[in-house]
Design a protein around this ligand. Structure first.
Ligand code: 26W
Length: 824
């Protein structure tokens, strides 16, 4: 038996081939003599998964045997992106699989393209969770991610007649070789019913009746880079519970009763596609509680394997809340400790506040979750009761410390309103957590100084900053192998920098060295060729290579100001139309890419997409400007095509109104890939400027204070100062230069003209135009441009998510790496 206990996954080419072919025959049930690229993808993935399972089980065994402290990252979103390349790279077998596959007639690069892009997230918050998983595994942190296994990920975006059309993303249609279904790991989750209490204070009691659904675990292994450690991402799927309506069965309504059971499955059907506006949908609340309840049961079960002293719970378990979406987990833990484990309230409360940390990701008021008390009461009666109770205790404490400060009580209360009472989930999360963090320095300052000011004064030590980061494995090593190779060749001929991004700083010394710069230029051209090919293939548009690739890709939102970009393009177009031949020769040709999804119910954002497409239509078909501008609406922006467009960008736009973008993370990815940023002093742009130098970016626009002052002015004031070039762009639209646009977008522009300019387009337009002109001038000096890009890459080390996770470990979770001994 011992021989079986050792790894039987050989690392030589023959073993790899045998494993793949075995999976073709025995897992897929196909003949090993004839299979397609997609089947090769499946079999290769199963073969890789075998190795990952082995590492996962060994890691888990080891941590259990050591009773290791663990971190749990709770998130309603994990925007993982494709797994095959990342997994192969992390276990250091990409080359071996490539050769093994070549031998049997397959190209690994083509097989990568067969994978669907698992997209169980909206944007930055979900992608951050995925980067954190990669870093936690790489840093040997005993950690797990917990979330929901949605049947439908973020919708696929199509464009019809210039408008966004949403298509369902049934990502599981052809199976998912990366997950392991665990029917044996299943927990009941109750909704509704009644709660009967006994005792005083918060009391204890029984929660009965209602509807019980089951949570079934699906595990995905998360390997670290250059370590044996492999962590687990556990996603829950809802299934019908075993209780069923006997009455209906007895009445002979068998079919009806079965159908009712099926409703349980809807809970995990679909990811809500809203990013940054909150909707009070009951199903969404059910999703949140469903996954939190199963997760808390799972964590407690693991704790009980080795422990009996509840006071050890916070020492051994840290739970991080990715925004307030999973905040109900804190109340659920409290409930279990009180009503199931029967701990005294004080002890239970200590355990809760010792366990949770809360990360805030947005300051937009419309994004803050406020569940109606009525809804909570009917769905989760005990939780509502407990929220009232802890709120009362908390407010009494505030009253003692800030006597006579009624205004403060009003704002920090977990409950808002009188008739239509709502629960402010951010307030619940803050009070239940030992630490609350923002995701960039400026963002954290804003939390302390305004959004959560009154809390900050109550708990000054709770608040801290954890500037976001991105994984250099996916966002440099995998997506830009040419640049990765150049870095390795230049600094020390190996890949140490991949787990220590600060090492890349060494390449700054080569920013003036012709040989290095030439290689860098070649890398960029190769990436641009790939993008050119992708655009030709997917959108049928031919773009020139010798243009500046100017990229703005992110979710479509007013605060991110895609509208300002397209208005600038109109301005630029009008300018070129007015130029003579001589002047035109001086224009830097640009291909402008704008991409991103709009939330399906966000009318204005959808209007912006139509406007961008209309402008593209007009400009791209205007032969007179001879391709000096080409506008591409980059369709269906997602993780897999981000990996193509980011390495190919020359200029990258991060132009949110100062004070609105919590951090931004693609700004970091673009910098690592040698694009220059045109951007405002917002979110992490501020820190990028600090690291790489303001002189290596095109910074523009009002800062947070100027934005505040401008917003405090009257419409009259703003109307009187409307930027002239902006007005001309509006005119061109009204006159129908870009086709017949609907009244909504015209109305939107009219309001800006009338001085209603919350996102400060008119305020920032002049300096935006000026920054764009600076970008043009710099681009004409290619030596300077490349030097700036190289310095950007060199100084981007801070923005590795490894640094971020190290900060979470040291300051919030108080956990140190646990290196698993490598098996011989
Ligand atoms: C409830 C609806 C909803 C859904 C998602 C509201 C808000 C969200 C997220 C908080 C939106 C989001 O993704 N925020 C982004 O988080 C990133 C990671 O921290 C930051 O880099 C972005 O600046 C922030 O917009």
């Amino acid at each position: 038996l011992w021989s079986l206990m050792n790894s039987y996954q050989g690392r030589d080419s023959r073993s790899i081939q045998r494993s793949i072919v075995n999976h073709v025959e025995y897992t897929l049930g196909l003949t090993r003599f004839n299979f397609k690229d997609f089947n090769a993808y499946q079999a290769t993935s199963y073969s890789v998964r075998d190795r990952l399972i082995e590492q996962l089980n060994d890691s888990n065994e080891y941590f259990n045997s050591q009773n290791s402290k663990r971190v749990y990252y709770l998130s309603l979103e994990f925007l993982l992106g494709r797994m095959l390349q990342n997994s192969l790279v992390n276990i250091d077998m990409e080359k071996k699989y490539k050769d093994a596959l070549t031998d049997i007639g397959f190209k690994l690069e083509e097989i990568y393209e067969e994978e669907v892009d698992p997209a169980l997230g909206n944007g930055g918050l979900g992608r951050l969770a995925a980067c954190f998983l990669d870093s936690m595994a790489t840093l040997d942190i005993p950690a797990m991610g917990y979330g929901i296994r949605y049947d439908y990920g973020i919708f696929k975006q199509q464009i019809q007649d210039g408008y966004q059309v949403e298509q369902p993303d049934y990502w599981l249609a052809k199976g998912n070789p990366w997950e392991i279904e665990r029917p044996d790991v299943a927990y009941p989750v109750r909704f509704g019913g009644t709660f009967t209490k006994s005792g005083s204070g918060c009391g204890v009691g029984r929660w009965e009746g209602g509807e019980v659904v089951m949570a079934i675990a699906y595990d995905t292994p998360v390997p670290g880079f250059n370590t044996y450690n492999t962590n687990r991402l556990r996603l829950w799927r809802s299934r019908p519970g075993n209780e069923f309506d006997l009455q209906k069965f007895n009445d002979g309504q068998y079919d009806k009763s079965i159908m009712e059971r099926q409703r349980a499955e809807y809970i995990t059907s679909v990811l809500y596609p809203n990013d940054s506006t909150w909707e009070g949908k009951q199903l969404r609340l059910k999703q949140q509680y469903f996954f939190c309840c199963a997760t808390i049961q799972d964590i407690i079960k693991r704790f009980k394997l080795n422990n009996t002293n509840w006071n050890d719970f916070p020492k051994l378990n840290q739970i991080q809340l990715n925004d307030t979406h999973p905040a109900i987990a804190a109340i659920e833990l409290l409930r279990v400790l009180l009503d199931v484990e029967r701990l005294p309230y004080d002890q239970a409360w200590m355990i809760v506040t010792g366990t949770f940390g809360y990360t805030n990701h947005t300051v937009l008021p419309e994004a803050l979750e406020k569940w109606s008390v009525n809804m909570l009461q009917s769905l989760l009666p005990r939780h509502m009761d407990l929220i009232f109770f802890i709120n009362q205790i908390f407010l009494e404490e505030v009253k003692r410390r800030f006597p006579g400060d009624g205004r403060r009580l009003e704002v920090v209360s977990m409950i808002e309103g009188w008739e239509d009472k709502r629960v402010r989930m951010a307030n619940v999360a803050i009070v239940c957590s030992h630490h609350v963090n923002g995701v960039a320095a400026l963002h954290t300052q804003i939390l302390k100084a305004s959004v959560f000011k009154d809390f900050y004064e109550i708990f000054p030590d709770k608040f801290l900053n954890m500037t976001n980061g991105v994984t250099p494995r996916r966002w440099l090593y995998c997506c830009n192998p040419g640049l990765a190779q150049l870095i390795s060749d230049t600094i020390n001929n190996d890949d140490d920098w991949v787990t220590d991004m600060r090492m890349v700083e060494e390449i700054a010394a080569y920013a003036d060295e012709q040989g290095f710069v030439d290689k860098f230029k070649q890398v960029k051209v190769d990436c641009k060729k790939q993008l050119q090919h992708y655009i030709e293939k997917t959108q049928g548009i031919h773009i020139r290579l010798d243009a500046m690739y100017d990229v703005l890709v992110k979710r479509i939102h007013e605060y991110k100001r895609q509208l300002m970009d397209i208005l600038y393009i109109i301005h630029r177009y009008l300018q070129i139309l007015g130029m003579n031949e001589e002047q035109r020769r001086n224009v830097v040709p640009r291909v402008v890419f704008i991409g991103g999804k709009a939330a399906p119910g966000y009318k204005d954002a959808k209007g912006f997409i139509k406007l961008i497409n209309s402008v593209a239509d007009r400009i791209n078909n205007d032969k007179s400007i001879n391709d000096l501008i080409k506008v591409v609406f980059f369709k269906n922006y997602c993780v897999s095509n981000a990996q193509i467009i980011i390495p190919a960008a020359d200029l990258s736009q991060h132009i949110s109104t100062a004070g609105t973008e919590a951090s931004g993370t693609s700004n970091m990815k673009f910098t690592m890939n040698g694009a220059l940023i045109i951007g405002t002093m917002d979110g992490a742009n501020v820190e990028i400027a600090q690291e790489i130098g303001k002189e290596n970016m095109f910074v523009f626009g009002a800062d947070v204070h100027e934005v505040d002052r401008y917003r405090a002015q009257t419409d009259e004031y703003r109307k009187g100062r409307l930027d002239g070039r902006l007005r001309n762009a509006f005119r061109a639209i009204y006159e129908g230069k870009f086709g017949a646009l609907n009244d909504d977008i015209k109305g939107y522009l009219n309001r800006i003209e009338a001085g209603s300019d919350h996102y400060c387009l008119s305020l920032d337009f002049a300096s935006y135009v000026e920054a764009q002109e600076r970008a043009d001038r710099t681009y004409r000096d290619q030596a300077l441009w490349n030097k700036m890009a190289i310095i950007g890459i060199a100084k981007s080390g801070k923005f590795s998510s490894d640094r971020t996770i190290q900060e979470y470990c040291a300051q919030i979770w108080k956990i140190t790496p646990k290196r698993i001994p490598n098996p011989a």
